[in-house]
Design a binder for this molecule. Sequence first.
Ligand SMILES: Cc1cc2nc3c(=O)[nH]c(=O)nc-3n(C[C@H](O)[C@H](O)[C@H](O)COP(=O)(O)OP(=O)(O)OC[C@H]3O[C@@H](n4cnc5c(N)ncnc54)[C@H](O)[C@@H]3O)c2cc1C
Length: 455
Amino acid sequence: MTSARPAGRSVERTRRRGGIAMPGPEVLRPGDAGYDAARRVWNAMVDRRPALIVRCRTTSDVAAAVARARTEGLEIGVRCGGHGVVGHAVPEGGLMIDLTPMGDIRVDPQRQRATAQGGALLGALDAATAPYGLATTAGNVSHTGVGGLTLGGGMGWLAREHGLACDNLLSCEVVTASGDVVRASAEENDELFWGLRGGGGNFGVVTRFEFRLHRTDPRALSVERDFPVAGAMAPAARWRDLSEGAPRQATYTASVGGGVATLGFVWTGDPEQGRDHARSLEALGEPVARRDVESSYLDLQRRDDDVQGHTQRRYWKGHYVRELSDAAIAALLAHDPSVSAGLQAYGGAIADVADEATAFSHRSAAFEYVVATRWSDPDEDDVRMATARQSAEALAPYSSGAYVNALSDDGVAGVHRAYPPAKLARLSRLKDAVDPDNVFHLNHNIAPSRAATAR
Ligand SMILES: Cc1cc2nc3c(=O)[nH]c(=O)nc-3n(C[C@H](O)[C@H](O)[C@H](O)COP(=O)(O)OP(=O)(O)OC[C@H]3O[C@@H](n4cnc5c(N)ncnc54)[C@H](O)[C@@H]3O)c2cc1C
């Protein structure tokens, strides 16, 4: 550390690379300019104050930050897009490894590959690959981080055609708990590679992701039909039936909130084909509103950016649903109108991959359910969260598990819902091998099998 801290910030001691002086990472402490901006994440309820925020620029910065945290006994939080709803990325009194300066994307159009640094956002990945007519599965809001999304699975509009983000991962560069930098792929450290595809941030800090890209039609269509919630049972049941035989280009979506049920799908590719498929929705009956919105794939990926913007207080709960029974639909339609709940169809290429092939689990889910609520007055915290919990509780009898990236304050029970017992046991053995001291525990934690350190 420099002893004098210019302009309220500090820079780790200068390193030399190839004879050229390189600045170390910027290090922020409480009171420094930029400290408050750096600790702010998507959910405004997260208001934690790390002792140190290390804004890493290189893999060696990350390795040094891990070593420093261990030496100084500081808890580690790893921040990419900052979208984890419980804000594990921001450790109270700990060391936050801020990967946001590591946001570069490189595209190799010939080999149809892209590499993303560990702090990259989805919007940057999509924007870099689109000029080549290429894309890989990414989530539906462009300011989400590649890191957290991919390590948990990564559901997006291309997933039914090309698999989850983690299914398109070819290799990772990882800083482990011991500070080593290793490569994980099908050929090298294959068990670690298995765990990184769905096991979240438990096994190290990923400083580079390598993805397979696909030729992708740059067009898309979003089809939505609104029904009053009170009369939506029959339309929703028909929508569910239609989803079962839908082409892979169609991802069926439903949402309820504010007394309205919206049923439809998102189509990737030729909008005319999407319109043809939309004719099947006439079977739902006459809606009170209909929207067929044609857009570029890139605009589709940014469609919800504003409504999902920062500064609001947030809470969510999720389930996987293997069979969406009439009773489950009825429970969804009975939600309090103050919450917003949605279903997004799985199947297709997601289910083509064997469940044991990756740490990501529950590939037989028909739908992912998430109930979410947002507000701005802290006095409403308890009632808002209680209402969302009650809604999720109403769907619990139909749940077949949970998506790790849709967990919130579920603790150990949530981790058990995200991974079946055999999977969890294998993940714990991997944790024994790569992080026996549970250095990376600020996440949906997979505890080492020999330690009672699940948090
Ligand atoms: C608005 C919004 C939209 C979303 N849409 C989708 C969607 O369409 N599909 C979907 O599947 N999910 C979606 N999610 C869920 C999202 O995948 C998770 O919230 C995910 O954890 C966010 O990752 P992040 O990097 O943005 O968040 P962070 O809070 O930065 O990271 C979350 C955790 O991931 C780990 N982590 C992140 N980066 C790294 C890294 N490089 N190395 C090691 N560990 C790391 C850390 O444990 C960290 O605490 C959405 C979330 C939000 C808020």
